[in-house]
Design a protein around this ligand. Structure first.
Ligand SMILES: NC(=O)c1ccc[n+]([C@@H]2O[C@H](COP(=O)([O-])OP(=O)(O)OC[C@H]3O[C@@H](n4cnc5c(N)ncnc54)[C@H](OP(=O)(O)O)[C@@H]3O)[C@@H](O)[C@H]2O)c1
Length: 296
């Protein structure tokens, strides 16, 4: 199997380089790659890359992910998250390749407290969410065989993430204010990559699995609860933190350019049933990431 991976150095792309390796020949590129164009802003270049490599599977881990910046850069978000994805979908449809892509719970408006299913009504509340939804719609409209994984609150050991930010602040502050009314599940880049590798194997044998899936670990937590877990765990490891209290605040007390959905709960039943997978509690991946960050 020949796999073409875009966005190889993002949080998820980095883990995919590892997880896809046992499946076949992996050609992993990013926007700085010299031999093939991996820049999603270059639509002609993207087409040329897919046509030159002729992959069996295209995996797209690249995206415009700057949620707040997207509010003032709508054109760039649309180009990377929708127009480029449409090109990949068209090329996949024409060649018979699978397209594997990541999307987000931000396609939903965050109302209520029920977990979102794949058939829940989409209604993004910010530019980033709208651009990701447009990407999903381009894929389904193209008729290509596809696996779209909507996920939430992604963290990786590589790069910045919420837990690392909390740890940094907890080393020189006494009190931290953390949003307590947005609920979701922190999802590890490792899990996202490993599940995709499993799904690709299944898809090779059964094209009826083509579709959209929700992918997040089990359980739910607020950003405040997530931060508390991180601080408690790191203190228990003997690390010296100055923070004494985490104050829960509402989203309204922390205005950002982009609105955030309050309810990011994802129903993952379809994924677990289709691919016979078990999804661990979110604490397991976060603990593992913290151990790596602390070099324990
Ligand atoms: N992060 C989250 O909390 C979250 C939540 C839900 C869904 N998702 C989705 O999960 C997927 C993976 O996200 P992630 O967390 O791994 O994001 P990430 O760490 O921000 O990585 C995104 C990658 O896309 C690349 N990229 C941006 N513009 C590009 C362009 N024009 N051409 C080529 N590459 C470009 C970036 O490269 P540069 O470093 O060169 O900019 C970066 O390596 C995305 O589809 C994202 O929408 C993420």
């Amino acid at each position: 199997m020949k796999i073409l991976l875009f966005g190889k150095n993002g949080q998820v792309g980095w883990e995919l380089q590892r997880a896809l390796e046992p499946l076949g020949e992996v050609i992993a590129i990013d926007r700085r790659s010299a031999e093939y164009c991996g820049d999603l802003a270059d639509l002609d270049g993207l087409r040329a890359t897919v046509r030159a490599i002729k992959p069996d599977v295209i995996v797209n881990a690249a995206a415009y992910t700057a949620v707040d910046k997207a509010e003032s850069e709508q054109g760039a978000a649309q180009l990377i998250n929708a127009d480029a994805v449409q090109v990949l979908a068209e090329e996949a449809a024409a060649s018979g390749a699978w397209l594997v892509h990541y999307s987000t719970d931000y396609v939903f408006d965050g109302t209520g407290d029920a977990p979102w299913t794949e058939s829940s009504k989409v209604s993004p509340v910010n530019v980033y969410g709208a651009s990701k939804l447009a990407g999903e719609q381009a894929i389904t409209a193209s008729g290509c065989k596809h696996l779209i994984f909507r996920t939430s609150w992604v963290y990786g050991v590589r790069g910045n993430n919420f837990a690392k930010t909390m740890l940094r602040l907890a080393k020189d502050r006494d009190t931290l204010n953390v949003i307590a009314d947005q609920i979701g599940a922190p999802t590890g880049a490792e899990l996202l990559a490993d599940v995709v590798a499993h799904a690709i194997i299944k898809a090779q044998a059964d094209s009826s699995v083509s579709g959209i899936y929700h992918l997040a670990p089990a359980g739910e937590v607020s950003w405040h609860g997530y931060a508390q877990f991180v601080i408690d765990f790191v203190k228990a490891q003997g690390e010296n933190l100055t923070v004494n209290s985490l104050l829960p605040i509402p989203t309204t007390a922390y205005p950002t350019p982009a609105a955030r959905p309050l309810n990011s709960r994802m129903d993952t039943q379809k994924l677990r049933d289709t691919f016979s997978l078990h999804l661990p509690d979110w604490q397991r991946g976060v603990t593992r990431m913290l151990m790596e960050v602390l070099h324990k």
